[in-house]
Design a protein around this ligand. Structure first.
Ligand SMILES: [Zn+2]
Length: 136
């Protein structure tokens, strides 16, 4: 499996390469999740929320996510701010984010519609179809 996309609500599309044989319309296929890779991606996804919160605390609520890359081995977080971070701001963001990670709080999912989640104080990241509540 190379990629999974949700082109429309309720439909999950999987993109991959057939390495053996052929696939015809109506065939049944078996897909398996690489659990270790998935957990690496989940950890980096959670880290984007941790970083977003730290940026809010240090820079203010205008520091909004403007894009991101979440991969098993790294993440990139693009955000809006009027100038480059000073070394002091960068150190504070790092200290808050690392402190949150070291606290090793339990991460959990609460499923609700986006309007309800935002009303409860959740922070939604750019492009997410669901909001994620901060549990720390
Ligand atoms: Zn999220």
């Amino acid at each position: 499996m190379r990629d999974t996309q949700r082109p429309v609500s309720g439909i999950t599309g999987h993109r991959g390469v057939v390495e053996e044989g052929t696939v015809r319309v109506g065939d049944t296929v078996e897909a398996a999740i690489d659990a270790e890779r998935r957990q690496d991606i989940e950890r980096n996804h959670t880290a984007t929320h941790v970083l977003h919160r730290a940026l809010h605390l240090v820079l203010g609520p205008h520091a909004q996510q403007a894009g991101s890359l979440v991969a098993p081995d790294r993440l990139r977080f693009d955000f809006t701010h009027l100038q480059a971070l000073t070394p002091e701001e960068l150190a504070r963001v790092g200290a808050i984010a690392n402190g949150t990670i070291l606290a090793n709080n339990r991460v959990h999912d609460d499923w609700m519609d986006q309007r309800e989640a935002l009303a409860s104080g959740a922070m939604a990241l750019f492009g997410e179809s669901t909001a994620t509540a901060s549990a720390w």
